[in-house]
Design a protein around this ligand. Structure first.
Ligand SMILES: [Zn+2]
Length: 166
């Protein structure tokens, strides 16, 4: 993973439970000719854009000079109410895993895996950022890692992770 998570977990816009948000398009380098006849693969600049949900979110080429904003046309999939729909991500408002801290600070995680990485990091004594989320872990403000703040944070994180494990 390089900064961009493979998927994001959000509150389902319909039932509020934990749902998954997928990016609707896959961007690849056009090494081999993959343009198909059903129109699900498009050339865009130097990219080959593959529609992952062609019936739901067809690719629309942005105007010249405009870039595609990742997750701006995501697809939410809810295992609870079975919603499958286009959803523009609002971050961190939509985040399923987020914890209010002192002041205006909000700590958030892209998904359960990320939340567990934060818990491991905050709860461990050495607290050396490692793994896929190391770059994100390094950004956690120092004040959140003081002994007292850490204790509260570990409790909050543990509670969130126990809350929903389908
Ligand atoms: Zn739902």
């Amino acid at each position: 993973m390089n900064g961009e998570p493979a998927y994001i977990q959000i509150h389902c816009p319909r039932c509020g439970k934990r749902a998954r948000l997928d990016e609707s398009f896959e961007f690849t380098m056009p090494q081999e000719e993959k343009i198909d006849t059903q129109g699900k693969v498009h050339r865009w600049g130097g990219w080959l854009v593959v529609e992952k949900y062609p019936n739901l979110v067809p690719w629309v080429t942005p105007g010249s000079g405009v870039s595609y904003q990742h997750w701006s046309r995501g697809v939410v999939k809810c295992p609870h109410c079975h919603l499958v729909a286009e959803k523009a991500l609002e971050w961190p408002a939509d985040a399923f895993y987020k914890w209010p801290l002192r002041g205006d600070l909000v700590l958030w995680a892209y998904n359960e895996e990320h939340a567990r990485a934060i818990l491991d990091y905050v709860g461990s004594k050495s607290r050396k950022p490692s793994g896929d989320y190391a770059a994100h872990l390094r950004k956690i403000p120092k004040e959140m890692l003081s002994a007292k703040a850490r204790e509260t944070l570990v409790k909050q994180l543990t509670a969130s992770l126990e809350e929903e494990n389908p």
